[in-house]
Design a protein around this ligand. Structure first.
Ligand SMILES: [Zn+2]
Length: 63
């Protein structure tokens, strides 16, 4: 597994509601709560991280 900081990461999560604070350092930002809609995904407006609900409509790896 490699970590590519250049691209927006997709993060699978079990919860409709996620807290994002970036990852510290240059990418860090104030902690915010992100609420997923029915899509089962949300993108953080600060760091562009893409949160996907595990097993949700937007989870391409669920099948
Ligand atoms: Zn963020």
């Amino acid at each position: 597994m490699t970590q590519d900081a250049d691209k927006a990461a997709i993060i699978l999560t079990d919860d409709h509601r996620v807290a994002c604070s970036g990852e510290g350092g240059a990418l860090g930002h104030p902690r915010v709560f992100l609420e997923m809609g029915l899509d089962g995904e949300v993108v953080c407006g600060y760091c562009d991280r893409h949160y996907v609900l595990k097993g949700g409509p937007a989870d391409k790896s669920a099948r």
